[in-house]
Ligand binder design. Structure first.
Ligand code: GDP
Ligand code: MN
Length: 426
């Protein structure tokens, strides 16, 4: 019977059509026999399969001189390691999970919490901090407290950190909002969305509830984490002194930030020496390189030197002290003085990304590529088959929504101009 199954499956799986689905099925069906011969054979197929997926990936990574081996865990960070202190307590970092949200988003908030608790936090019990521009209601407070495995704090944002800054013309604000609304810009006419982007750009790290922490993990309603976390990302941040971590990188809508780059250029000019901005050490090239031949092939063209690449900030793990630094505070102050959060619709994602790319060294930014994640309309799923199995992932690398293999992903640029990726060859 083995031979029979083999005869049927082998040609299917060694021929040109390799999909994750049929491979996964095949591998499982062979694996359950636990037979040496089949184990060996299935390994043979597996290697062929990996060879092909890797080669196509490799073809797309034409710039890389290394081979990419999805078969191995390529980072030397600890895997599945929960570290206990002498008293048997889990070692934790000075960190919190953080969500800015609204009362009516409660179902989505609980969904995200359940997912992150199951995949990561149930082992660590990190605190959750919830912030809102109006007070949270009783149901919100009770349900989120029940869902969390750590301590939970709910706070209100001071109006001066949220509202349209006083002393500015409200008539011109309303005119720009209605123009952007008419242009069909996403959230074009929304004032609250702008307050939110400005708050996330310049104020969240100043809130009193976040003062005691060094690290935050930003979460939004209705997101999903597809895989068990292979490590405590806060510990990785701490041990390797990373300042900013992301999972997805894509292009910003240029119409939301027409004059952002001008403000950034002014900042660089004024503060380059004071803050030691060094384009040989930072990721300036990541956000300015426009060479499309070395990417999946997208042709998103911007009219400034900024190429529109940004880390998607709905997932963020960061060092709060970076945002509290003089260099970042001055950066936000200069940007805020241009009023672009309102006269345009500057997002906190490009604002954070540009700051991280000019003020940090490459080595201080990490791509958490073992973390499966979804915030619609995009998702990301680890490329390594073994890793997906090991981390019990409920996602597929070949998924249409996987941004990492889409033309509008900025990952290829990050691999070239960022900290790079460790490509391991056996
Ligand atoms: P999108 O992801 O860009 O489509 O924007 P979201 O609507 O998801 O908003 C981003 C984050 O800010 C989410 O966590 C929202 O819950 C939160 N948010 C957006 N607008 C407001 C607001 O007016 N008040 C509060 N308290 N939170 C907001
Ligand atoms: Mn969102």
């Amino acid at each position: 019977i083995f031979a029979l199954i083999w005869d049927i499956l082998y040609p299917i799986c060694t021929n040109s059509v390799y999909s994750n689905a049929n491979f996964d099925q095949l591998y499982k069906s062979l694996f359950i026999y636990n037979d040496e011969y089949f184990f060996e054979k299935s390994n043979e197929i597996k290697n062929k399969y990996l060879d092909i997926t890797q080669r196509s990936l490799y073809d797309r990574l034409k710039f890389s001189t290394n081979t990419y081996d999805a078969n191995v865990l390529y980072r030397d960070d600890p895997v599945d390691e929960i570290i206990l202190d002498d008293n048997g307590q889990i070692i934790k970092q000075n960190a919190t999970i953080f969500m800015l949200t609204r009362n009516w988003e409660l179902p989505g908030v609980l969904h995200s919490m359940r997912s992150l608790e199951d995949r990561f936090n149930k082992n660590y019990h990190y605190d959750w901090v919830f912030l809102n521009d109006v007070p949270f209601d009783t149901q919100f407070i009770e349900s989120t407290t029940a869902m969390a495995s750590g301590d939970v704090y709910h706070g209100v944002i001071p109006t001066e950190h949220w509202d349209y800054p006083e002393g500015n013309d409200k008539t011109s604000l309303n005119i720009s909002l209605s123009i952007m609304e008419e242009q069909g810009m996403v959230y074009g006419g929304s004032l609250s969305y702008r307050n939110m982007c400005r708050f996330n750009s310049g104020f969240f790290f100043r809130h009193e509830l976040l003062q005691k922490y060094d690290y935050y993990f930003r979460v939004e309603p209705d997101v999903e984490y597809f895989c068990d976390f292979p490590y405590d990302p806060f510990k990785v941040m701490h041990d390797k002194d990373y300042k900013y971590g992301f999972v997805i990188s894509t292009y910003e809508y240029e119409e939301t930030i027409p004059s952002l780059w001008e403000a950034v250029e002014e900042y660089i000019e004024v503060y380059q020496d004071e803050f030691g901005i060094d384009n040989n050490k930072n990721m300036y090239d990541f956000i300015t390189n426009k060479d499309t031949s070395r990417s999946w092939g997208v042709s998103v063209v911007s009219s400034s030197d900024y190429n529109l690449c940004h880390f998607w900030s709905n997932f963020e793990i960061g060092n709060l002290n970076f945002f509290r630094s003089e260099a970042y505070l001055k950066y936000f102050e200069l940007l805020d003085s241009k009023m672009g959060f309102y006269s345009e619709r500057w997002g906190d994602a490009p604002v954070h990304t540009i700051a991280a790319s000019i003020l940090l060294n490459k080595e201080e930014i990490i791509h958490f590529d073992e973390i499966g994640y979804q915030h619609l309309p995009f998702k990301t799923c680890p490329v390594s088959y073994y890793l997906r199995i090991k981390q019990k992932c409920q996602c597929d690398f070949d998924d249409k929504l996987n941004i990492d293999i889409q033309p509008n992903s900025c990952l290829p640029k990050y691999w070239i101009h960022g900290n790079g990726k460790t490509f391991v060859k056996e």
